[in-house]
Design a protein around this ligand. Structure first.
Ligand code: BGC
Length: 737
């Protein structure tokens, strides 16, 4: 008998039936290994499984059957799929059919510092470690998909979800996201990159129509998604609630078919955000695979349930389209070894190593903004008494923020850490100083109202304590009534009268260190001239207190850098200067275009409070010998950038060296500078390192709307090396032919 090739075998009907039954038995019985040996590809296994399914079975894989699960098909050995929030810790178990927590006693998890804190480390190795830990904990909880990372750009200081996102700069977000995704997925858990696309505000997030130029889309808002899919290999993507250029993101042909499927060659699952589906036929034909969270009790009534079956029967949706969606689901299942429990990551929760990883991120995230007279680090052996002031000294934050909240095993507050580390030798007194007046209510910022009331009784107590102490440690900033999903901040103020409190306390004791705990910009103009030292320590996850106290004491030398520009006032910020946040009549056009964050401040020559990429250290670094391997390059070549960095101080530390590029003569407006590479370098005192970073000439391109393509124009470019967007040490001119 003539031996047939595999495709030929599939073409021969009777053999195909036999063969798919064989494949099926292999898949169902968990004999993936045997089928691999037999040379059967994943795609063939997927087709074999699909060929055995009824239409109803296929459709059952395309919509939720509870808050966070999707049905399996028992007779074919396809298990139920389990999804879970969220980006910085595996969320506690939610009831199957409502949003209440299930009350499990074994679902406490490791809580990492959220997105902006992770980005402030500028250390992708920490994002990688976080991905590994999240993967292990998700698997321990038997989850298949983790709903993160959130890679939307921080467009306005007010967006409630800035704390979950990472940065205003697409390169910084991309580097962190790729590392996170690769690590997470190496533990057999699919990432879900969210929120695709332009979910840059929470106000009217479920109805607002976002428009922006093609160039802003390509240069600012797409890159992190592109890197997550094409470089990180993300298995799933979550479509946002909002509309983009008139169409819902969950049924947006341009975004979902043209860009995601065709340009990015995405072969995974495109799911909705929870309750972001709007239609059956249109969504089915424009690339959506999985409907989640729809607010209808009967799951059969969801858009991708009975109505999809009907649409197929009526010929409105070809069955081949349904098959493609099922194939996408099965492909993710194969990638994450769903059919091969033996080989699959078993997972582990709450290990000391996991907690250490959370600590490391929190410690590296802290940004030293100001340190007049070298007040920091504190020499606790010379301090007799400390007045610890502020609600955030005792407040726990892991359980806030809505979908990203984590029921953490423990959370160390700053006051606890101080008492535990120095309580025996230093008198530590606490005064609340200000009162948390707000309460979080979903959706309408109402919890934030009345948050400017000043409580003079608390201020007087704090002032008295400050006066009688050697030093003041003030812990203030925001909490998750402000930094939260589902509503935006109303302004950039420090709430609850903290500014007045800080003034009074600093008058009573000039040795006042302010620690800001927040996940998005707040106005510091009123306090920078009143206190000598300011540390930005973010929401720090379960190890928050330990990390910030180690930074204050000098056990850890701060090495975090701002992942966003800190404006003097909201009015400086591009979307607000131009009056297009949060839009009007449910429409918002991103008029600042590509000038987001420092691209705006630097181009318009506006002095911010603290620039993007900024952060001090307890040591000093000198950067020298900046060079490129040549001075002239072709468009497809790579520039080898080199520099030498020395730790000239007396303590171990790390510097984030940033390479910005500008294109002074161009046919279109280019930002004053754009970040093209960065490297965090760790150095012992006196140590010198030479660092080489490759930069592709192609990465210097702008998106040319007239050509509908990236364009690296020939001419001169200026490479600028520095340690913030406003501190450039050396420049080199190169030319592109
Ligand atoms: C959020 C998502 C989240 C989902 C499930 C939505 O409200 O926007 O980020 O993953 O809920 O909780």
């Amino acid at each position: 008998m003539k031996l047939l090739s595999l495709p030929a075998l599939f073409r021969s009907f009777s053999l195909r039936t036999f063969f798919s039954a064989l494949l099926l038995s292999m898949v169902c019985a968990g004999y993936a290994q045997r089928s691999e040996k037999a040379g059967i590809t994943t795609e063939q296994k997927i087709r074999a499984l699909i060929s055995e399914m009824t239409l109803r079975e296929k459709v059952s894989l395309l919509h939720g059957n509870s808050k966070f699960n999707v049905s399996g098909i028992k007779r074919l050995g396809i298990p139920e799929w389990a999804l879970s929030d969220g980006p910085h810790g595996v969320r506690a178990e939610v009831n199957r059919h409502d949003w209440a927590y299930a009350g499990w006693t074994n679902d406490s998890a490791t809580c990492f510092p959220p997105g902006t804190a992770l980005a402030a480390t500028w250390n992708p190795a920490l994002a990688y470690k976080q991905g590994l830990v999240l993967g292990e904990e998700a698997r321990f909880r038997k989850k298949d998909i983790l709903l993160g990372p959130g890679v939307n750009i921080i467009r306005s200081p007010l967006c409630g979800r800035n704390f979950e996102y990472m940065s205003e700069d697409p390169l910084l977000v991309s580097r962190m996201a790729v590392a996170y995704i690769k690590a997470l997925q190496s533990k057999d858990v699919a990432a879900s990159v969210k929120h695709w696309l332009a979910n840059n505000q929470e106000e009217h997030r479920d109805s607002v129509d976002v428009t922006m130029s093609e160039r802003a889309l390509r240069e600012i808002y797409l890159p992190a998604f592109k890197a997550s899919v094409m470089e990180g290999g993300a298995y799933t993507v979550m479509a946002a609630y909002n509309r983009f250029r008139g169409e819902w993101c969950s049924e947006n042909d341009y975004l979902n078919r043209e860009i995601l499927r065709k340009e990015f060659d995405f072969k995974g699952v495109l799911m909705t955000d929870w309750s972001a589906a709007h239609t059956t036929v249109k969504a089915a034909l424009t690339g959506l695979d999985l409907e989640m969270g729809t607010d209808k009790k009967d799951y059969n009534e969801w858009y991708f349930a009975d109505p999809l079956i009907k649409a197929v029967e009526e010929g409105k949706v070809p069955v081949s389209v349904v098959d493609e969606k099922v194939a996408n689901v099965l492909r993710v299942m194969f990638h994450t070894k769903v059919f091969d429990e033996q080989k699959r990551e078993k997972g582990i929760m709450n290990t000391a190593e996991h907690q250490q990883a959370a600590y490391n991120s929190a410690a590296e995230a802290a940004v030293l903004l100001q340190n007049n007279g070298k007040l920091l680090p504190l020499h606790f052996d010379k301090i007799r008494s400390i007045a610890v002031i502020g609600d955030n000294a005792t407040r726990k934050h892991c359980s806030g923020g809505l979908s990203s909240e984590v029921k953490t095993l423990y959370e160390i507050t700053p006051l606890q850490a101080l008492q535990q580390k120095f309580g025996a030798q230093v008198k530590i007194n606490y005064a609340q100083g200000y009162e948390k007046q707000s309460t979080f209510r979903e959706g309408n910022n109402s919890g934030q109202s009345g948050s400017s009331k000043v409580n003079w009784k608390l201020i007087d107590e704090a002032v008295a304590l400050a006066r009688e102490s050697d030093l003041v440690l003030f812990f203030g900033g925001l909490n998750h009534d402000f930094d939260t999903e589902s509503s935006d901040k109303q302004n950039m103020d420090l709430p609850y009268g903290q500014e007045i409190l800080i003034h009074e306390v600093a008058k009573a004791n000039p040795k006042t260190v302010v620690v800001i705990i927040a996940g998005s910009p707040v106005e510091l103009a009123g306090i920078v001239h009143r206190v000598p030292a300011i540390v930005w320590s973010w929401f720090g996850g379960m190890e928050a207190g330990n990390a910030v106290v180690d930074v204050l004491s000098g056990k850890v030398n701060p090495s975090g850098k701002l992942p966003f520009t800190l404006p003097v006032s909201l009015a400086q910020s591009p979307a607000h200067a131009l009056g297009n946040f949060p839009g009007s009549n449910l429409k918002v056009n991103y008029e600042e275009d590509i000038l987001v964050g420092y691209r705006w401040f630097d181009t318009k020559k506006i002095q911010p409070q603290f620039p993007f990429g900024y952060g001090l250290s307890y040591t000093n670094f000198s950067i020298s010998h900046f060079s490129t391997d040549r001075t002239s390059y072709g468009k497809n070549e790579t520039i080898r950038v080199k520099f030498t960095i020395k730790n000239t101080g007396s303590v171990y530390g790390a510097e984030v060296v940033q390479l910005y590029v500008s294109d002074p003569v161009c046919s279109v407006l280019r930002p004053e500078k754009e970040l093209k590479a960065f490297q965090k370098v760790f150095l012992k005192p006196g140590e010198t390192k030479t660092v080489e970073i490759p930069v592709k000439v192609a990465d210097l391109a702008f998106y040319d709307e007239s050509k509908k393509a990236w364009n690296t124009e020939a001419g001169e470019y200026i490479l600028q090396l520095g340690n913030s967007s406003r501190a450039i040490f050396q420049k080199i001119k190169i030319s592109v032919k």
